[in-house]
Design a protein around this ligand. Structure first.
Ligand SMILES: Nc1nc2c(c(=O)[nH]1)N[C@H]1C(S)=C(S)[C@@H](COP(=O)(O)OP(=O)(O)OC[C@H]3O[C@@H](n4cnc5c(=O)[nH]c(N)nc54)[C@H](O)[C@@H]3O)O[C@H]1N2
Ligand SMILES: Nc1nc2c(c(=O)[nH]1)N[C@H]1C(S)=C(S)[C@@H](COP(=O)(O)OP(=O)(O)OC[C@H]3O[C@@H](n4cnc5c(=O)[nH]c(N)nc54)[C@H](O)[C@@H]3O)O[C@H]1N2
Ligand code: SF4
Ligand SMILES: [Mo]
Length: 718
């Protein structure tokens, strides 16, 4: 049972870490626990980083006879303190996995796979790309698209963007649309910076930290060191999540509002602060342009109203609001789930306004944090440097999907899971209308099923390059071992196509180091991020405009004001309007379009041991923690529905159903259902197998992003 707190589960996790080598922090410690490298050639140490999440843990790999013996988290890494999580350690198993595909393959129309050479694969892509260029000329750009994943390295991304440009294409779809793009767009709109405005090591400097839907312990495990530091410094930690998770353990207090009602909680906070006069008007006006709109926009969000919608008690609300209204230094960390509801725009804006009203954005121990932020700019500048600017308007995935459905797309580079999108089966059908789909990957997963061409990729340790993390830090990785078979790094695949498509403009780089040097030469914000600096320290914070410049620490508002054009934010926005029109997320049982046949609220989240939809599902070391597709329901709900622990049910939405087993637990609220986001149908490991939850999520969008959370559902016993 996925009980976060069970001793058995904890021991299993610890065992996995030891097996992966994380516990072996240094040679003397290694001897102390009896670790002796196997007999063989000399053991060398090479620096690397984990390619999965944006904690971007750095490590040292011990290599003997071309094989990695173990990897050990890098103690010099300020952000991680040398920690790594189990899914990061699973890379060693994945590299040697018996399921790994190491040769390019062509998907015959009858569904069988034909092994082809790497050169044949490149030529096939080039032939298709040239056909598009010949047929459509400059207009060919919209006939080609690429869906971006969390790349193996920054340089691969740059290489791919340049390859698209050889046919005038700018249609690269970021994962953002299904990730935290609502948050990053709202932060961009209101603060002028589309990522966290401060860094995680500021948490101990705050008086109050609010983890708003941010399950930090499960999702960024090494960052618990900052929660610990904050706790030791006397910082009050408040966690807002309807569900109990490992993060609950770190907090002084958890609020469990009804799912999808966070916006009302934030609007109520503003109302409360205004009513109590708990703000300095001059400072508030310094940050909020139309300050006078704040009171009328929030007037209906009284304690009674907030209580009735969030389900929180008056005492809980008053205690929370009193803390917010008195804390002189507050950092709010907004979780991705707030971006994955159609009312996320209002929610995120209200939280940011709450921070501005209390003057808790500018200065030490203040600001906003978020997940998956920190991507350095500069990549597109380099692309423009070689290919000139391209002003074709970019599509979002919704429009791309329509183009596929209308057969207006000739080539798709499918570098993400398609299962990240709601109505995943509809997306799958749309992709199947594209005549040529190129998938770079590792295993025979759902994406390879819909691909024409499978290109085997390298895992992180098999190629060099730099990666970026949540703190805007850049880490460098050396190539540690040779890749098996014909596996190639993405940068090489895209370069080989690019050079054949447009040898005149496409830069002939031999490795990521060379791209990095091009970045340092051509892109001002990368000038100070030299190879030497990256090689000699665990991470370097972007941007650095000159060699020897100091890295930014803490807040981005170093000039003492917000970074928007006016230095201010607005309550009533030109595009998004006011914040007073809060409503339930689309599809929520209580929303206008809610269906009475689907009365339960479907929430989801990620699990500590899985990385997104794909890779870790193929790792046995991770399967041991998995429980396949389960649904958590509160004892009250279970009783009402006559469900018992481990019953089999169909989890159904208006889109269809998937099978799951029942786990009855107080960790979720009555009326809500929780199910894990990560799972995969094609893995041979039974414990990890499940249909994608996105198969039964309706294709809801707000103005910015595709949505996943809070749709109505029901459970039918089978
Ligand atoms: N229902 C539901 N859906 C969700 C979410 C949710 O919570 N619930 N979360 C959303 C979020 S936050 C996100 S960010 C998206 C993520 O969704 P995706 O971006 O699709 O993430 P992945 O599943 O990691 O897929 C990444 C792809 O990159 C490939 N890949 C990984 N590493 C490398 C490498 O080193 N080299 C190469 N060449 N390829 C590599 C993998 O094989 C895989 O095909 O999913 C979203 N979808
Ligand atoms: N292990 C692991 N770690 C990861 C990832 C992974 O795949 N696996 N992915 C990384 C990525 S790409 C991202 S974007 C981040 C995502 O980080 P988060 O956004 O924190 O991740 P989620 O698990 O999608 O959602 C977090 C929490 O939101 C809660 N929640 C659901 N509905 C609501 C609601 O209405 N209100 C509130 N307040 N909370 C709600 C869920 O119970 C869940 O605990 O994680 C990163 N870290
Ligand atoms: S997945 Fe994230 S937390 Fe885990 S080892 Fe990799 S970078 Fe670190
Ligand atoms: Mo994400």
């Amino acid at each position: 049972m996925p009980d976060a707190y069970s001793r058995r589960n904890f021991l299993k996790l610890s065992a996995a870490l030891v097996a992966g080598g994380a516990a072996i922090a240094n040679p003397s410690q290694a001897r102390a626990i009896g670790y002796v490298p196997p007999k063989g050639g000399p053991v060398t140490e090479v620096k690397g980083y984990c390619p999965f999440c944006q904690v971007r843990c750095t490590y040292t790999a011990r290599v003997q006879d071309g094989k990695i013996l173990n990897i050990t988290g890098d103690k010099e890494n300020h952000w991680t303190g040398g920690a790594m999580c189990p899914k990061g350690m699973s890379i060693l198993e994945l590299m040697d996995s018996p399921f790994r595909i190491t040769e390019p393959m062509y998907h015959e129309p009858d569904g069988s796979w034909r092994r082809i050479s790497y050169q044949e694969a490149v030529d096939m892509v080039v032939e298709r790309m040239k056909a598009v260029r010949d047929k459509y000329g400059e207009k060919g750009g919209n006939r080609v698209a690429l869906t971006m994943p969390l790349w193996d390295c920054f340089e691969s991304e740059v290489a791919a963007l340049m390859t698209l440009r050889t046919v005038g294409c700018v249609q690269a779809m970021p994962p953002g649309e299904t990730c935290v793009s609502t948050a990053s767009n709202m932060l961009g709109l209101m603060l002028g910076v589309n990522s966290g405005s401060t860094q995680v090591d500021e948490l101990p400097k705050a008086e109050t930290v609010i983890l708003w839907g941010a399950n930090v312990n499960d999702l960024y495990p090494p960052y618990t060191r900052w929660l610990k530091a904050a706790r030791e410094a006397g910082t009050k930690i408040i966690y807002i999540d309807p569900r109990k998770t490992r993060t609950s353990i770190w907090c002084d207090n958890q609020l469990r509002p009804q799912p999808g009602t966070d916006g009302v909680l934030a609007l109520g906070a503003i109302h409360y602060i205004l009513e109590k006069g708990a703000y300095a008007e001059e400072r508030a006006r310094f940050q909020i342009e139309d300050f006078e709109n704040l009171a009328p926009q929030t007037e209906k969000f009284t304690l009674e109203h907030v209580q009735s919608i969030t389900g929180l008690s008056r005492e809980e609300l008053v205690a929370f609001y009193d803390t917010v209204a008195s804390s002189r230094k507050t950092i709010v960390w907004i979780g991705g789930s707030l971006s994955r509801q159609t009312n996320g725009i209002t929610t995120d804006r209200s939280i940011i306004l709450m921070q501005a009203l209390r003057d808790n954005l500018i200065g030490e121990g203040k600001g906003m944090l978020t997940f998956q932020s920190g991507k350095p700019g500069g990549g597109e500048e380099l692309v423009d440097h070689y290919f000139g600017e391209n002003h074709t308007p970019k599509m979002n995935f919704r429009r791309l999907r329509m183009a596929m459905e209308k057969k207006n797309l000739d080539i798709l580079f499918l570098n993400s899971s398609y299962r990240r999108n709601p109505d995943a089966l509809g997306v799958r059908k749309a992709i199947q209308k594209v005549p040529f789909v190129v998938h770079m990957g590792f295993f025979l997963d759902e994406e390879s099923e819909v691909s024409t061409l499978f290109i085997p990729a390298t895992f992180g340790p098999e190629s060099q390059g730099c990666g970026y993390g949540n703190e805007n830090q850049v880490a460098w990785r050396e190539k540690i071992v040779e890749a098996p078979g014909s596996c190639v790094p993405a940068w090489q695949f895209y370069r080989d196509i690019g050079l054949k498509m447009d040898p005149e403009h496409y830069p002939n780089f031999k490795d990521p180091e060379e791209i990095c040097r091009m970045m340092q030469k051509e892109v001002p914000s990368w000038k100070g991020i030299t190879m030497e600096r990256m090689r000699s320290s665990a991470t370097v914070t972007w941007p650095l405009y000159a060699e020897g410049d100091e890295e930014r620490k803490g807040t981005v508002f170093t000039e003492g004001k917000l970074l928007t054009a006016t230095g201010k934010m607005t309550v009533v926005d030109r595009v998004f309007g006011g914040i007073n029109r809060w409503d339930y997320p689309k599809g929520h049982p209580k929303s206008k379009d809610g269906k009475k046949d689907f009365p339960l609220i479907l929430t989801q989240g990620k699990q500590l041991w899985h990385w997104q939809q794909t890779l870790t599902n193929f790792a046995r070391s991770m399967a041991q923690f998995s429980n396949g597709r389960f649904v958590q329901v509160n004892p009250k709900t279970a009783q009402e529905l006559g469900l018992k622990q481990r019953d089999r049910v169909m989890l159904e939405t208006t889109m269809g159903g998937i099978e799951a087993w029942v786990d009855i637990t107080d960790n979720v609220l009555p009326g809500a259902v929780f199910t894990p986001a990560n799972c995969c149908r094609t893995t041979p490991l039974k414990e990890n197998q499940s249909e994608s939850i996105c198969d039964i999520l309706p294709n809801y969008w707000d103005r910015i992003s595709a949505q996943h959370n809070c749709t109505g559902c029901r459970l039918r016993k089978i």
